[in-house]
Design a protein around this ligand. Structure first.
Ligand code: SF4
Ligand code: SF4
Length: 288
């Protein structure tokens, strides 16, 4: 297990007035933290405003001071972006350290905000998954569940998506620098379809689409290409799941199909918890 260094001991340039930024990885695919590097046109301007002090994805294994890069980092950091969910006992400890050395902590992506695709284990026996995937599961140390960062430490802001949207990420960092709340709209993907003039795939073609209950942020990419949204940005704050499930049944999905379409990147979102009961009710009423 890595050793936890004490906070506030980093030998950062004392004369550098820029706020410090750290990027952390927990159980995840790296797609969300790579979104920061994907800000190609804005990256130099961003680096002029913040000092990226901890970002293992882009920094060398050894720093200019000869010190090895560590998944713990030293801090303190003004803004921490946290990717990934908590799936091991060590990570459950490490996130406490990250919180202690971060003035502001923002979670990025479905893994960090909802447990991610790996939270499918929460609905089954993790030992079964281990036995199916690994030749020698006895060497794998893992928790029975995958949980979001907010289940372990206070989170200042949650950015949704799988992966997150680069424009929303820039808004979060910019808002932090300006000392204001990020302007991230809470409306649904449907709203984005209307704004870009996309014909509704459900109304026009009867294509099942989770857009009405999915958080905006992607720019409604999937419907723009003629396919339904499958909810990678997670639930809106108050999704009308009863109407959504009824519409999915109307569009030809079975009870099992409906449960499966909600069991992806945001499967463990508490907002999605009523789906199995609603899908069963719809199935019963269509039989009656
Ligand atoms: S939310 Fe999606 S893109 Fe981001 S780290 Fe998790 S799996 Fe990867
Ligand atoms: S699945 Fe939905 S939220 Fe995800 S990119 Fe497609 S339209 Fe956007």
């Amino acid at each position: 297990m890595a050793t936890e260094p004490g906070p506030g001991t980093a030998p950062g340039p004392a004369t550098d007035p820029r706020p410090t930024l750290a990027v952390w990885k927990f159980a995840s695919c790296d797609g969300c933290q790579l979104t920061l590097l994907d800000c190609e046109d804005e990256l130099l301007a961003l680096a002029a405003r913040v000092r990226i002090d901890h970002f293992l994805e882009m920094t060398p294994a050894e720093g200019a001071d000869g010190e090895r890069a560590s998944s713990y980092g030293r801090g303190p950091y003004d803004l921490s972006l946290v990717e990934g969910s908590i799936t091991t006992a060590e990570d459950a400890e490490r996130i406490q350290h990250v919180r202690r050395i971060s003035r502001c902590l923002v979670t990025i992506g479905a893994c960090a905000t909802a447990g991610g695709i790996q939270a499918l284990r929460n609905f089954a026996d993790v030992e079964d998954f281990l036995a199916a995937v690994y030749a020698q599961p006895e060497y794998v140390a893992t928790l029975e569940t995958s949980t979001p960062i907010s289940a372990h430490v206070p989170v200042d802001f949650e950015l949704r998506g799988c992966p997150i949207d680069r424009r929303q990420l820039l808004e979060v960092v910019t808002a932090h620098l300006a000392g204001r709340k990020p302007r991230i709209p809470g409306h649904s993907v449907c709203y984005e379809c209307k704004r870009r003039g996309t014909t509704c795939v459900t109304v026009a073609h009867g294509t099942p689409c989770l857009g009405p209950v999915t958080h905006a942020g992607c720019g409604a990419i999937c419907p723009a290409y003629g396919r339904g949204c499958y909810g990678c940005f997670g639930p809106t704050s108050r999704p009308n799941l009863r109407s959504m499930v009824a519409q999915l049944r109307h569009d030809g999905m079975s009870e099992q199909d409906i449960q499966r379409v909600f069991h992806t990147f945001n499967a463990a979102s508490p907002e999605h918890a009523p789906v199995p009961d609603l899908a069963a009710e719809e199935q019963d009423s269509s039989r009656a």
